[in-house]
Design a protein around this ligand. Sequence first.
Ligand code: KIV
Ligand code: ZN
Length: 526
Amino acid sequence: MNTPTQSEKDRVVIFDTTLRDGEQCPGATMTHEEKIEVAELLDTMGVDIIEAGFPIASEGDFAAVHEIAQRSKNAVICGLSRASSKDIDRCAEAIKPAKRKRIHTFLSTSPVHMKYKLQKEPHEVYEMVIAQVTRARSHTDDVEWSAEDGTRTEHDFLCRCVEAAINAGATTINIPDTVGYTVPEEYFALFDMVRQRVPNSDKARFSVHCHDDLGMAVANSVAGVRAGARQIECTINGIGERAGNAALEEVVMAMKVRNDVMPFWTGIDSTMLTRASKLVSAVTSFPVQYNKAIVGRNAFAHESGIHQDGMLKHTQTYEIMTPESVGVKQTSLVMGKHSGRHAFVHKLADLGYQLADNQLEDAFGRFKALADKKKQIYDEDIEALVDEEIAHAHDRIKVVSLTVIAGTVGPQSATLALDIDGKQVTTQATGNGPVDAIFKAIRALVPHEAKLELFQVHAVTEGTDAQAEVSVRLSEGGRAVTAKGADPDTLVASAKAYLGALNKLTSRRMKGKSEMEPRIHSTDFG
Ligand code: KIV
Ligand code: ZN
């Protein structure tokens, strides 16, 4: 946050694209309700601009951007569009209800993209830049233009396009490292060169947008800022196309912790970073790597004797920031079966959750059921339980009961009852192991063609009575969705995770997100 010594010229605007570039990566699909929830958290934590989606992509994307625009309190709500009038007009319609709105329109400028993807000559692309920005400006005076594959664009042409975009009314110029190819020195020099050579460069804010293919997205982003860019495009947990985008939590904390060498600041409340990371992981079912900077579960763990000894003497021996500064609470033994509703509500608030009354009711019921089975309930147990409540609140298909016969003598069998839109159905199936039997039973009750791509189990806490958290990824028609299920019984958690993914596929179909949905990075310009 700002302190009296920080000046406006060093303020870096945070542009979050978790709901667009993040959601676009295979398996990270979020439901409508999940997108709304993530957007509300981003808005509360101080994100300046939320790129809420790509409205032309589908009815579902349009509806999400539109509702986020209606609900936003502080952040500018932004939608993405390609360089066609139809895209831009649809985007304008989606963001219309927002108090503050932005159209982000992009076009490839590198030789390889122009020749093979666009099949256009540079002079045609140049004219399109002017046309797309002019069209976007007819809808709003906050327009961002991106030179897709900017880091592999020929410098003279890049400068000409940037100058033309600013003249046509672009207020933010983004030079993305679309393919994660650049290195910090080169990206610094690119911004320095463009800002010096483009005569009207002082009329726009420059933006960085880095992909992590070589693991340098955060370093590159900060290098761009050092060269004068004042907007960083990033995502929670660094999710995004291929190796992902620069992680929001990392760029924010890098500038905060090393403010002595990078004297920049943002409006982000860093104590909300852990909560945001957990929410995005829960709704996308993308696990956060244990040693992930800032938000990984080991980021503040000190295992070796020497380190522990140092920490006991003085925390600064091995800690460059406090866990509290990023919202990490010490793991505590929280509650048991005698804990009441009041204590539960208090604990949820402490963990950063705000649940609607009906969700609270369900979560409390599930907490009590868990407390009956598990003696010691930790913060992580409550988080897994509530995250599941949030992720599965709108599921059409739910587990009613499951009985499994497993052991050394096969075939193993599963008797499964499901609730599908309020109607109960039951079946029995055998399989090569209990999980196989359960998944076959689900297939029998809900026939589908989706392919199982990932099945992963991990324990939420220590101990043999720990809850199991299972992740399942299903793909259908070239699209993948991932979901998690948590339960003290690993087999029940497996059934919940599989059904969670199936529910996501069903909701995508219902929202009209078809296999025909354009993928931004692979779409030819039409
Ligand atoms: O990586 C990229 O180039 C993008 C653009 C749409 C900004 O995501
Ligand atoms: Zn991108």
